[in-house]
Design a protein around this ligand. Structure first.
Ligand code: F7E
Length: 315
């Protein structure tokens, strides 16, 4: 049976009471203020929820004498590598965080290691590279792109705006990564793991791939803040836009004070020791997200045309 409790990472007494009541075998700490850009606006809250919040969970388990019962998964992140010191990044690559989010996560990483070593707790870090899916938050770049592409293809939106198109990320499918979180807690020994696909792609190419899913080939002209994306060809009857139509502009407001330019992970340890390999490649991920957003936007299109009167009837 599932039960959703109220919880707050900034409230120790709440966390202690919950853990006492539930007596969990496993805790997956995915709770965080997880938007890198937003963390520059609310750095103190980010440190509290993402950094000290992790300590609160670890210490609650210790305080309640559950060190030998409760296994803890800590959602660490490729953002720890920040200004990368090595390519590709492994469990041994030194960290160089580049945002308040990453600095908070660095504290969480080390306090997890420390509680494992100090109190013999089964506490692990999964250093997960970017993982996406159709239910990704709308302000993260992949979902922002697949939503906008779908709306533009359906004629619901004219164009959209992004920041740094040159940033490179190692994007995987969240389904593969969540399976791995579970595998990490079933392993014989508590360890830290890098989870990645080993391939990196620019934001610009993610845009290109999303439009190709609706048969639209884009071309990019201009440089820096003046770069723009235009429709080159439309190859599907369903999604026809005027050739040469401008669909993408740059808005410098989306640039970050300090950027993480390139991430690419080496998950050899997880491949060899746990037998984990991703089932989705980037094309499969983009397809999954695009199919879902096209469906969602078609529903919105229907609603915008006044179909709301009958929508419930069809659902
Ligand atoms: O940005 C660039 C942006 O916000 C990816 C979080 O889940 O993964 C995520 O962090 C890249 C960056 O993810 C826009 O500058 C360009 O270089 O999708 P994102 P993130 O910052 O990599 C890691 C693993 C986490 O742990 C985090 O919690 O895309 N970019 N234009 C943009 N990004 C956004 N959000 N919006 C833009 O318009």
């Amino acid at each position: 049976m599932y039960f959703l409790h109220y919880g707050d990472m900034t409230d120790s007494t709440n966390l202690i009471r919950l853990i006492q009541e539930i007596q969990p075998d496993e805790i997956y700490n995915l709770a965080a203020m997880s938007h890198v850009h937003v963390s520059f606006e609310i750095p103190e809250y980010t440190a509290n929820a993402d950094g000290i919040g992790t300590l609160r969970i670890l210490d609650a388990v210790r305080l309640l004498g559950l060190e030998k019962k409760t296994r803890i998964y800590q959602a660490s992140t490729s953002e720890l590598f920040g200004k990368v010191q090595e390519i590709p990044q492994t469990e041994k690559t030194p960290f160089y965080p580049r945002s308040p989010y990453a600095v908070a996560k660095m504290y969480a990483y080390w306090i997890t290691v420390n509680y494992r070593e100090a109190y013999g707790m089964y506490a692990c870090n999964g250093i997960l590279f970017n993982h996406e899916s159709p239910i990704r938050g709308e302000t993260f770049v992949t979902r922002k792109i697949t939503r906008a592409t779908s709306r533009i293809a359906l004629g619901l939106q004219d164009k959209f705006y992004l920041g740094n198109l040159d940033a490179q990320r190692d994007w995987g499918h969240a389904k593969d990564y969540v399976r791995m979180m579970w595998m990490i807690l079933q392993a014989d020994e508590a360890e830290d793991w890098v989870i990645a696909t080993g391939k990196t792609t620019t934001v610009r190419d993610f845009v290109r791939m999303s439009f190709l899913e609706v048969g639209i080939d884009l071309e990019f002209k201009g440089e820096g803040v003046n770069e723009k994306g235009f429709v080159k060809t439309c190859n599907l009857e369903e999604f026809q836009l005027p050739i040469g139509k401008e669909v993408l502009n740059i808005d410098p407001r989306y640039f970050r004070p300090t950027e993480v330019d390139l991430l690419i992970g080496d998950a050899s340890k997880a491949n060899n020791k746990l037998g984990w390999f991703p089932e989705y490649d980037l094309k499969g991920l983009v397809k999954d997200m695009m199919q879902s957003d096209i469906k969602l936007m078609k529903k919105q299109q229907y609603l915008e045309k006044g179909g709301y009167k009958t929508l419930n009837y069809f659902e």
